[in-house]
Design a protein around this ligand. Structure first.
Ligand code: XIL
Length: 332
């Protein structure tokens, strides 16, 4: 790795984090991680399918490794995620072969499963995971009530959100609890998300922060819309975090390069700078900014939404600083 470039830890006012798996703790990747980052989020290791693949059977090998590594190296840890519609095993939403429905019995069963999952996972890492993405991606701005029709919502209504936050808070009262979502910088989604957070806060649900995933591309959405979102939520008095930032080099879901032109990587650098200029201006409302991967060799966008070359992060496949890195590190 490059020893002579400034650490991203010196970006003031908020923590800078990276999503990681075990591979990012080894060898040169580990050196890059500890040189530049204040915090980590496991990309997959704490999702339900990883931690409780069968009811009551918990598997913590990967997450234990990551939490131990972070503790040893002084990295803060963001837990991700306790209740989500994706990467959740089928058994969670079933009774034998039958899908759970909105009856009181099924609802009670699903909430019991959620409660025991949250108790086990949050309890295991109490005091070592400082922040939890408790609930992920529940907003659907195209529904009249703004709520995604996931099995969670179809069976329990809003109660899975209330239960997940209540139990997480009970198990680790010191942990910062986050409601996380994507596209929160788009006006209609922003508004639906805002209404939900306002409702939960008014009920006394212990939501400490909102998470903006911020999977964006080199052109869209405008930085001014990102700033509007941060300003809107600042009015609710909740902390905010950017939880999954990356900047796709594509503006649509079908293009693909065989090599990404240097001018596109330069454009990506200016785009990172423009976005971090917003973060710097809004730093009093933001406690952390996490990029969704340490380097381009570990990005999820090489297989989502299609398989293609897509380097969206700050360091390249050889762990060298890209223009994107300089857009973040050099505020001038
Ligand atoms: C992604 C992971 O990075 C991939 O490895 C996995 O195959 C799919 O999930 N929103 C989220 C993250 O909240 O958990 C997702 O992570 C990316 C979108």
């Amino acid at each position: 790795i490059q020893a002579d470039i400034p650490s991203l830890k010196d970006v003031p006012s908020f923590d800078v984090g990276a999503a990681i798996a075990r591979a990012q703790t080894l060898g040169e990747h580990g050196k890059l991680l500890t040189k530049h980052f204040d915090s980590v989020t496991p990309g997959n290791a704490l999702k339900w399918d990883a931690t409780e693949p069968r009811e009551g059977e918990f598997t913590f090998a990967e997450s234990d490794h990551l939490v131990d590594y972070a503790t040893e190296h002084g990295l803060k840890f963001r837990g991700h995620t306790l209740a989500w519609h994706s990467q959740t095993p089928d058994w969670v939403f079933k009774d034998g072969d039958r899908s759970l429905t909105a009856t009181p019995e099924d609802k009670a069963l699903l909430l019991r499963r959620l409660e025991s999952h949250v108790r086990a996972v949050v309890g295991r890492y109490k005091g070592r995971i400082q922040t939890w993405d408790v609930v992920n991606e529940v907003v659907d701005e195209n529904q009249p009530d703004g709520m995604r029709r996931s099995p969670w919502f179809e069976v329990t209504g809003y109660d899975f959100i209330r239960t997940a936050f209540r139990v997480a808070h009970e198990v680790d009262p010191a942990a910062k609890l986050v409601l996380n979502d994507y596209n929160t910088e788009l006006p209609r989604k922003r508004q639906a998300f805002f209404e939900l957070v306002r409702k939960l806060k008014a009920e006394g649900v212990p939501v400490d922060a909102v998470g903006h995933q911020l999977h964006v591309n080199i052109e869209q959405p405008p930085a001014s819309e990102i700033e509007k979102t941060i300003e809107l939520f600042a009015g609710l008095g909740v902390d905010q975090q950017v939880t999954e930032l990356d900047v796709s080099v594509y503006t649509d879901f079908v293009s693909s390069y065989t090599t990404v032109p240097a001018e596109v990587l330069a454009q990506q650098g200016y785009r990172y700078k423009e976005i971090f200029d917003v973060f710097r201006r809004q730093a009093s409302h933001l406690s952390s900014v996490t990029v969704w991967g340490l380097a381009d060799d570990g990005t999820w966008l090489s297989s989502f939404p299609i398989t293609r070359l897509n380097p969206p992060l700050l360091f390249d496949d050889e762990l060298q600083a890209k223009p994107a890195y300089w857009g973040v590190a050099d505020p001038a």
